[in-house]
Write a protein that binds this ligand. Structure first.
Ligand SMILES: NC(=O)c1ccc[n+]([C@@H]2O[C@H](COP(=O)([O-])OP(=O)(O)OC[C@H]3O[C@@H](n4cnc5c(N)ncnc54)[C@H](OP(=O)(O)O)[C@@H]3O)[C@@H](O)[C@H]2O)c1
Length: 240
């Protein structure tokens, strides 16, 4: 009950389900739930806050506030961008690459989480095991890429995975009890996947609640040996 968590992307399908699952577990005394816009009034132990990757000050302000209240046992970065009706569509070919769209995808999937880590990694508990998990995607695996396509999304997640490994190595020295991982949530029925669900067998399309439950089980089973790893919803390692 004295555990404390912070979730970025609490307005998202998976991030929202993670906040709910943590809240109902009864194991957390405080859950900071960050979103660009607060969707609804939060009830204890959930405390909402606003941040935007486009404004680093919003991250430093909230990090200072959390630091004043105590260390974190768990941080989950559940933000992400795959498509936007107006201007972002996963590419089928290098001929569709667009610098502006690609920069936006990297800003949300790679640079934003990196800057969030800059402000949140120092908040991880030093007196006991703590975890920071970044929601990545199996398609970000370079070794597992046999289909091609989705150039911006894949490469932004591959770059995120590289950062996860960097953070894990650095944290080994700075806070040996901290575990840094990338997680693949499965194919999950959220607004991010809606345009791409055709052809996904029903049993392979998870609800956000199911994915959240799986991811939190994986996180519960992590040990120091897993630091720097990339794991799927069922705990299986994903090759980088
Ligand atoms: N769904 C899947 O099948 C699937 C599969 C593999 C990996 N993933 C990964 O899982 C994670 C969660 O995805 P999801 O399915 O839950 O997607 P989602 O429902 O679309 O949620 C995405 C979240 O990212 C936030 N976000 C986007 N741009 C942002 C910005 N500039 N600053 C701050 N927050 C921003 C959104 O906030 P707003 O509400 O303010 O836009 C929202 O909270 C992502 O990293 C995604 O790549 C999902």
């Amino acid at each position: 009950m004295d555990k404390r968590a912070c979730v970025l992307g609490a307005s998202g399908g998976i991030g929202g389900a993670i906040v709910e699952t943590l809240a109902t577990s009864g194991n957390f005394g405080k859950i900071y739930a960050g979103a660009r816009r607060e969707v609804a009034k939060r009830q204890s132990p959930v405390e909402g806050f606003a941040f935007d990757f486009a404004d680093e000050a919003t991250l430093s302000v909230v990090a200072d506030r959390i630091a004043d209240e105590g260390p974190l046992d768990l941080i989950i970065v559940a933000t992400g961008l795959l498509h936007r009706a107006t201007n972002i569509r996963p590419e089928k070919s290098y001929r569709e690459l667009d610098a502006g769209a690609m920069a936006e995808v990297f800003a949300v999937n790679t640079i934003g989480p990196a800057i969030a880590a800059k402000h949140l990694l120092p908040l991880l508990h030093r007196g006991r095991q703590s975890v920071i998990a970044f929601l990545s995607a199996r398609v970000g695996s370079i070794g597992d890429n046999r289909l091609g396509g989705w150039h911006s999304y894949r490469s932004s997640k591959a770059a995120l995975n590289a950062l996860v490994r960097c953070f894990s190595i650095e944290m080994r020295a700075r806070n040996p009890q901290a575990i840094v991982v990338a997680l693949h949530p499965g194919t999950v029925d959220t607004s991010l996947s809606v345009p791409f669900q055709r052809g996904v067998p029903a049993e392979q399309l998870f609800s956000a609640e199911r994915s959240a439950t799986h991811l939190l089980e994986v996180i519960d089973g992590l040990t120091q040996d897993h630091n720097g790893g990339f794991f799927a919803w069922n705990g299986d390692p994903v090759i980088y």
